[in-house]
Design a protein around this ligand. Structure first.
Ligand SMILES: NC(=O)c1ccc[n+]([C@@H]2O[C@H](COP(=O)([O-])OP(=O)(O)OC[C@H]3O[C@@H](n4cnc5c(N)ncnc54)[C@H](OP(=O)(O)O)[C@@H]3O)[C@@H](O)[C@H]2O)c1
Length: 298
């Protein structure tokens, strides 16, 4: 299996396929699945205090079966509570992860920092300068969020992790263009939504046709999920996904060896995705509501 790395705007590189310890694994615990992910060949892991999985990931990675210079770990922070700073939040994450630095540190969402992004980003720059995070970035940010702190930033965000799949392409095209212009690498979560959360849409017949074409070219069975990942990767977008199953993890990693979609096939997926079309910024809005509802019902 080959490994694909994408360059970031700070001179580092990021493995293009990452294993997430949030969403499904928040409820069931991440230890078993992460052990399998390590065994299967993942080297890029995504966590956050909100998932409650940092210590579990730290316990699995502590066996050092992946050398530190091959390992890529991302964590985030959603808010800063009473007296916490960006640095103290990261130090707490590092303690749980049993690491001296993370490869990527993200503001999980702009939600709690409206009007304060300049000062929070300045603190992000400090933790990078101190070597506690190799790269710094954001998640669930829209253009207006970047605009709030961009002019004062001396280090630009390397990454924006957002929900991304063909059914949000229409709403995120301006963000894609903005990210391309300013060298911010997009990372996708929820890439499988067209088959897991929103099946039965205009993409289904296209995926079925492409499965047959790609399987014929490759000489191996191809799944809809692999096509959705390939579509992201060919747009230069990092994919963060997850699974509890070894077979599916192998299937995910095999995408790196799968033949490419042709430019016409990528366009076909784009067009079908935009047909479904969500409202403007619906995905980021949905995330904000999700976080609010978690807080309200906690
Ligand atoms: N920054 C943020 O705000 C944010 C938000 C959400 C997620 N994330 C990160 O992104 C990671 C991945 O997020 P995601 O779960 O939304 O990713 P996803 O890649 O869209 O979905 C992965 C899930 O789909 C299931 N699945 C895979 N193939 C399937 C199929 N053919 N049929 C039915 N189910 C299938 C897997 O379950 P099985 O166990 O059955 O394989 C797994 O639970 C998270 O763990 C987290 O690290 C970040």
């Amino acid at each position: 299996m080959s490994t694909l790395y994408f360059p970031l705007n700070d001179g580092t590189t990021i493995p293009a396929l990452g294993f997430g310890t949030g969403t499904a694994l928040m409820k069931q615990g991440a230890v078993n699945a992460t052990k399998i992910a390590v065994k299967t060949g993942f080297v890029h892991f995504d966590t956050a205090p909100m998932y409650g999985t940092e210590d579990q990931l730290g316990a699995v990675l502590d066996d050092r079966s992946i050398p530190r210079d091959k390992l890529y770990v991302t964590t985030k922070f959603l808010e800063l509570k009473g007296g916490e700073t960006v640095k103290s939040a990261l130090q707490e994450s590092l303690r749980k992860l049993k690491l001296e630095y993370v490869d990527l540190f993200l503001i999980h969402a702009p939600l709690h920092f409206a009007g304060r992004l300049k000062e929070v980003w300045a603190e992000m720059e400090e933790v990078k300068k101190e070597g506690l995070a190799r790269s710094i970035g954001v998640s669930n940010f829209g253009i207006e969020d970047f605009e709030e702190f961009w002019s004062e930033a001396t280090i630009k965000p390397a990454v924006n992790q957002i929900e991304f799949h063909p059914y949000v392409l229409g709403q995120f095209e301006p963000l894609l263009e903005y990210s391309h212009t300013y060298g911010i690498r997009l990372e996708s979560y929820g890439a499988l939504a067209p088959i897991t959360r929103e099946p039965g849409g205009p993409l289904d017949p296209i995926l079925s046709k492409l499965r047959t074409r790609l399987a014929g070219t490759w000489g191996r069975p191809v799944t809809d999920g692999q096509i959705l990942f390939k579509w992201c990767l060919q747009k230069g977008i990092v994919v963060v996904t997850t699974s509890s199953k070894e077979d599916r993890m192998k299937e995910y990693l095999a995408v790196l060896d799968m033949p490419d979609l042709t430019p016409e096939e990528v366009t076909e997926i784009d067009v079908a995705g935009k047909k479904k079309g969500s409202g403007p910024a619906e995905s980021i809005g949905r995330y904000k509501n999700y976080v609010r509802s978690r807080e309200t019902h906690a």
